[in-house]
Write a new protein. Structure first.
Length: 120
């Protein structure tokens, strides 16, 4: 991830900028982009899901009630699993490298666990 990717949060009062899980979701998005999945449909699915993880974390951070926050974080967690699965399938089909799959799985697992804590 380049140096400028997370600098937008400096001095911000937006709630998602304070969350480590949001920064980790941006890392997942970058890893999916770096994977350069050759199958256009799988690539689009993985990118869409990775973007949705970021957006749902941001949305959850801006919600007021615990139930609303948990609902948004639960959606982000499901999108995280979908994102990882799309890249794993691409790897199994020979449409991305094993290293790319390993990176996405590692980041996805970390995010899944973090989001699980926020859902509870």
């Amino acid at each position: 991830m380049d140096q400028h990717s997370h600098n937008h949060s400096l001095g911000s009062s937006l709630p998602h900028h304070r969350l480590h899980v949001y920064r980790k979701s941006l890392d997942l998005l970058a890893a999916v982009r770096t994977a350069q999945v050759r199958d256009a449909k799988l690539r689009d699915e993985a990118l869409r899901a990775a973007k949705s993880v970021c957006l749902n974390i941001a949305e959850g951070s801006g919600r007021v009630t615990r139930a609303d926050k948990a609902r948004a974080y639960a959606i982000a967690r499901g999108e995280c699993v979908e994102c990882v699965a799309a890249v794993e399938i691409a790897g199994s089909a020979g449409d991305t490298s094993a290293d790319a799959v390993e990176t996405v799985v590692w980041l996805g697992n970390a995010l899944y666990l973090m989001l699980g804590g926020l859902v509870r």
